[in-house]
Design a protein around this ligand. Structure first.
Ligand code: TYM
Length: 335
């Protein structure tokens, strides 16, 4: 707890172009939860270098992502928005937690298997221990709740296991975090292959809606979305393309799938797709406009980066020092 509030942690990678999946699966829920919790939202740049990055590009994307957090509605005075690389406690705790994580557990991580298959020329140890760094992120702030999309739930489970293992040896050091999935949008699928997750790294640009896509592009991509020949808007597994479009529509309008199905009963796919596209434009356009405005204000963004790095470090160090003492590291001299 910080004051009378429970603690929330989440993060996002500044790699590739963010998609509608990132927004509906994570960022949108972050904004909803931000009043209720004391929130830490990190731009996880340490995670990004598990895949080769162009340094100038990574720096630019990281800043854009932090700006986007604000543009999406997170108040930087109330929420701690910061770069993971500005708080060395993440890497230090990750090392300690590495010593409490079994290779057998890491071998089971599906994201590692997927990424290793994709980047065969660079299967590095960072990619392998990625979930341990993620556990360090969460545990460093004693987070109670972690809002993520479905694809990150396995990482959250291993984080809980590591924390429980550590606590069973040293007493109640870490809060055991709970995952939080939004009512809709926890797994947005590709518009071109609804069996596959919508992903930043998809080679087919029509498969993903990028957060910075202009309205015409968004509508065009929805018009081209792969559906089926049933010609009936229903929410069922046998129609994965339509089901995905309903999920997107519901996440953008806060309606339930039942309401959406009723609304589009008897409507052709063409009109339905257009309505989904328009609901997405309605959600993304204000974010894009605010992003453009904020990007111009360098001094304001710089101040947020400075102040929030300080705040994050303060809370991170509290946990880190406790952990270091527990595992038996000698007391630090004042330097
Ligand atoms: P990342 O950057 O891949 O994704 C950021 C968030 O977006 C969600 N997401 C989706 N949700 C619904 N549908 C989709 N198609 C979709 N694609 C992505 C992800 O689930 C995630 O919530 N490892 C994390 C970042 C991270 C983190 C953490 C998260 C690092 N440390 C600690 C929570 C707590 C990642 O790569 O997310």
């Amino acid at each position: 707890m910080i004051g009378d509030k429970k603690i929330l942690f989440s993060g996002m990678q500044a790699t590739g172009n963010l998609t509608l999946g990132n927004y509906l699966g994570a960022l949108k829920n972050w904004v909803t939860l931000s009043d209720e919790y004391e929130c830490f939202y990190s731009v996880v740049d340490l995670h990004s270098i598990t895949v080769r990055q162009d340094p100038a590009e990574l720096r630019k994307r990281a800043r854009n992502l932090l700006t986007l957090y604000i543009a999406a509605g997170l108040d930087p005075e109330k929420n701690c928005l910061y770069y993971q690389s500005h708080v060395s406690g993440h890497a230090e705790l990750a090392w300690i937690l590495n010593c409490f994580t079994y290779m057998g557990e890491l071998n089971r991580m599906t994201q590692f298997k997927d990424k290793a298959a994709k980047h065969t020329d660079n299967i590095n140890a960072g990619l392998y221990t990625y979930p341990v760094l993620m556990a360090a992120d969460i545990l460093l702030y004693q987070a109670d709740v972690v809002p993520v999309g479905k694809d990150q739930m396995q990482h959250l489970e291993i984080c809980r296991d590591i924390a429980q293992r550590f606590n069973s040896v040293y007493g109640d050091v870490f809060t055991i975090p709970e995952g939080y999935l939004g009512k809709s949008g926890a797994k947005i699928m590709s518009l071109q292959d609804p069996e596959k997750k919508m992903s930043k790294s998809d080679e087919n640009a029509n498969a993903s809606i990028y957060l910075m896509d202009d309205p015409d592009t968004i509508i065009r991509k929805f018009k081209r979305a792969v559906t089926d020949s049933d010609a009936c808007v229903q929410y069922r597994d046998e129609q994965p393309g339509i089901k995905n479009l309903i999920d997107i529509y519901c996440a953008c309008t806060n309606k339930t799938p039942d309401e959406a199905v009723k609304e589009f009963a008897g409507t052709g796919y063409g009109d339905f797709k257009l309505a989904v596209g328009e609901s997405v434009v309605g959600v993304l356009k204000p974010v894009q406009e605010r992003f453009d405005e904020l990007s111009k204000d360098k001094t304001y963004i710089d101040k947020i980066i400075h102040d929030n790095a300080e705040k994050a470090n303060y809370y991170a160090l509290k946990t880190l020092r406790k952990v270091q003492k527990k595992v038996g590291f000698p007391e630090r001299p004042r330097i």
